[in-house]
Structures are given as structure tokens and as C-alpha cells.
Design a protein around this ligand. Structure first.
Ligand SMILES: [Zn+2]
Length: 236
């Protein structure tokens, strides 16, 4: 089936060697280069909402998804101008209880990074970018009691939609890539989300289960050749 690569990013910012979560950073220069490579080969970067018809097999074309996990402010500051330059859209997965705060869930690393606040997210949305849901607190869904599924999976969608009247958010991302069959069944039965992305490495294809989508982990050492091989050819 037709390949539909979905890129996974966290931070778009230059980073010092000392940062514990260094692998989650792509510098603005490298991000620009990666977008340039894909644009050069005729590919259009799309949000999960715009990518869905390609994943469903209803549309075909040279497209790829762009996703940013967690909602860092550096994505607004550094990635947005580059997305605008290439005319690409993307989905940023937001942790609804931490809007305007920092990555509290990484507390053990003592490495705080600011998350977008409501005005930031408004700017993001009004610039043609999209938002997805990344639970209320960035909880691991692996061992979460079923009685808490609603508060972590469904309530954050309502909360985010209430922040932005008239908007509807239909894309979900499993924190840490953690999910169980129970979680996936719950999401499917709730009909709250049309897509859900994992951290399973690989290129998604048309016809894949839309609630179990694999992604390409984009890194700072991926220049022209690696971007071509990993995203376009789908070589792991
Ligand atoms: Zn995350």
C-alpha cells in the first residue's frame, strides 16, 4: 500500500550537549533542511487532519504528516516560521492540564521547558496549524485504571475545545507511546478521535489502523541523505 510517512518531533531548538533529553531536539537549521529535502522531492507536509484522507486511501499524493509532541513554546517560535515558509501544516499534541506550564512529567530530569499558553496556541491555530490531544497530564496509559480513561483521554479534548470555541480536535497521541488493547478499544468506542499516533518507528501506510499509527523519529543528525532514506524510502 501507499506510504504515508508521519514525522515525530518534540523540540525545535538548538540544544546544549548537557541536556538529558537531547535526542528530542532538532535544531531550527536542521528542521529547515529536513523540510527543504521533502519539499524538493515534491512532498507536502500536512497536519493529521489533512493527512487522514491519504491514510484512509481516499486520496493519493506525495504527502507526509508533521507532528510535534507535548506543545513546547520553541515549536511556535522556531518551527512555525519554517512551516510557513514551505506552506506546510502540522499537528501539535497538547497536554491539557499543563497549557502555559512546563514539562512537569519529566521532573526527574530537572530539565524544564516552557509549554505554549492559550495565546500561543491561538497564534498557532490562526496560522493554519492544528492541535491534537496528548492526555490531561502526560500519564502513561499502560497501567492506568480504566476508571480514569475518561479524565485522561476524553476530558482533555473537551477542555481544549472549550479554550477555542468553534474548533474541534480529532487527533490523539499516546504519551511515551504507551497503549494497551483496552485503551485502543476505549478510544475506538468513544469515537472521540479519528487518528492516534504511537512511537512505533516506521512509515505508516494507507489502510493502517488509524488508531495505531507508526511514526518516523526525526533527529538532529538526519541531514539530506538520512531524511531521504528514512522518510521517502522508509528505510529504518
Ligand atoms: Zn509526550
Amino acid at each position: 500500500m501507499k506510504k504515508v510517512p508521519i514525522l515525530m518531533y518534540h523540540h525545535v531548538s538548538s540544544v546544549s550537549e548537557a541536556t538529558p533529553l537531547k535526542s528530542l531536539f532538532v535544531s531550527p537549521r536542521v528542521f529547515d533542511l529536513q523540510m527543504k529535502v521533502l519539499s524538493f522531492f515534491g512532498y507536502q507536509g500536512k497536519s493529521m487532519r489533512e493527512l487522514l484522507p491519504y491514510l484512509d486511501g481516499k486520496k493519493e499524493g506525495k504527502v507526509f504528516g508533521i507532528t510535534f509532541d507535548d506543545g513546547y513554546k520553541d515549536v511556535l517560535e522556531n518551527a512555525l516560521p519554517i512551516l510557513n515558509k514551505y506552506g506546510f501544516s502540522s499537528t501539535c499534541y497538547v497536554v491539557s492540564d499543563e497549557v502555559g506550564n512546563y514539562n512537569r512529567w519529566d521532573e526527574g530530569y530537572k530539565d524544564r521547558h516552557n509549554l505554549m499558553d492559550i495565546p500561543d496556541l491561538n497564534t498557532w491555530l490562526n496560522s493554519g496549524q492544528d492541535i491534537g490531544v496528548h492526555t490531561a497530564t502526560h500519564v502513561s496509559l499502560l497501567n492506568l485504571q480504566e476508571s480514569r480513561y475518561t479524565e485522561e483521554i476524553l476530558n482533555p479534548k473537551t477542555k481544549l475545545e472549550n479554550f477555542f470555541p468553534g474548533r474541534q480536535f480529532q487527533d490523539f497521541c499516546y504519551p511515551y507511546g504507551d497503549f494497551t488493547l483496552n485503551v485502543v478499544n476505549f478510544i475506538e468506542q468513544s469515537r472521540a478521535y479519528k487518528t492516534a499516533t504511537t512511537t512505533v518507528r516506521g512509515v505508516a501506510k494507507a489502510g493502517d489502523n488509524a488508531l495505531l499509527l507508526s511514526r518516523v523519529f526525526m533527529k538532529n543528525n538526519m541531514g539530506f541523505v538520512k531524511t531521504f532514506l528514512k522518510v521517502i524510502l522508509g528505510i529504518k
